[in-house]
Design a protein around this ligand. Sequence first.
Ligand SMILES: [Zn+2]
Length: 604
Amino acid sequence: MKRALFATLLALVSGAACADVDYQLRILDAAHHLAEVSATFPAVTGNTLDVQMPIWRTGRYEVLNLSNGVRRFKAANQKGEALPVIKTDKGTWRVQTHPNDKVTVSYELYANLLGERTRHIDDTHAYLDASGVFVYAAPYRGQPVAVKLDVPAGWQSRSGMEPGSCPHCFVAPNYDVLVDSPIETGIHEFYTSQVDGKEIDVAIWGRGNYDGKKMVQDLDKIVAQTARLYGGKYPFQHRYLFIVHATDGIGGATEHINSTVIQIPRWRFHEHKDYLRFLNTAAHEFFHTWNVKAYRPKEMVPYDYQHENYNPLLWVAEGNTSYFEELITLRAGLQKRDEFLEGFAKAIDDYRHTPGRFQQSASESSFDEWIAGGGSDRARNASVNIYSKGMLLGLAMDLELRRQTSGAKGLEDVHRILYEQHSVAQGGYDAADIRAALKQVSGQDWSAWWSQYVDGTAEIPFESLLKDAGLQYTIDVPKDADDKQEWWAGWRVREGSDPAVVTEVERDSPAWKAGVVAGDTLIAVNGIRVSGKDLSDKLLLAKDAPFKVHLFRRDELRELEVTPVLQPKGKAKLKELDKPGAGQKMLDAAWLGVPWPKDEPAKK
Ligand SMILES: [Zn+2]
């Protein structure tokens, strides 16, 4: 108590310098991605101090071996005396200490993992996610930290953390806040605005075809709309930071406590479809500020940085977030109702071409996300993805709740309960807590539903769920199309590849039965050369099956006979029923938060 008070007083008097764990990072050679890092821990009591780097970073459920960028690790005490260090595992350094030694460790860090969103340093910026940059010692994980950066002149530093007492300095109440508050330092465009009394900051690194001012306006709409889902209650106090990386060869985004980093290829901001994808990603990450950062599965409270945090509910953490991202941009007026429905029609169509949906449940997929490894040619045949399956379960839960409550309540009410009753501070949630929230909202028991669709692999009844909202799932064949049918073999080829490289073959499809496998290079169908650019057009030339297919497999020529089937040539669509009842239209409008299309006031 005394010590804490003393520390607080000291911190008030002299700022960051007196925080319990001090981190410094000096950029040594920006172009070659090198920095020098040091961490100073308070006086130790034992004879050793284990200093560690996490094996994964929050928001990405995969072991990343982050310690592999560390070299020349050294330790010393406050008198400058070198302390012996041995490594006890891939990311643990054991420092031998004397009583009351204040231990400073230092190391050279190689930071060239831009796409992993952990650490990247070059001559224009540095992106620093502490889990891949700053080591910690378990006894001091809860202590306040201070970070001081030594960066090239002209750079600016941003983070969700509070600023410290000097330029390029930050402070955080503990290591967990530090690892969940990445730093963007360098040359970037910066914007700031206000939504509901909160400061919304945007830092954009990299040149590209974006319009920063428009981006800020649209992000503000996302912020306001997301907060509405939670009754206007924000999980952060006064400030949120969007970090945008616009460069080449990257894509993806990561959520943090009161910030996010979004990576988009630099020329993917202008076309409407591209820009909408960016906005959906931003909505996804911002929704995570509640779903994952404010409340998450109890197995991840607190995070265990040295082990996989296995749990069966990542489909809620990720997939439900993918569901709400679409609803947020729809309600914010950033995408049209038709675009929203088109996205879900495509998602259902993709899911129905995922034979793995009968092999793995959403719970199993969540547990195994740590070994999913970004998928493989077998992924779709043997697995479901926590994002797409969780998104479709989100759709199914929302529609079922709307049906049970005559439109009055939905999935957002369930998430509001999780936020209010199962926050990180309250210990997180488990499956029983979600079922209880579903029951609280609907008055109905969800146990059977859960065992069928979450723990089991029963087919989700989209048709009947959508019908309640006046919609039907269909493959829409344009009336004036020249070809109303096409051949389906069940192979997927790398887009634009020439010759056509097979990337996946759907289990039990005609190509599967004929023995075509991923990695095969298709050369000719019925004696006519094919490529990844024109394969489906060339197949249209065929009048009858079977097809004679020539392909190379590891340089050896093979000839196979494939018997594809004819199917309607069109796009999956969610269409309004011709004569919906008032109840269906009401449920649809309550669900989507936008009017039934034919009920919209006529445009003048
Ligand atoms: Zn996510």
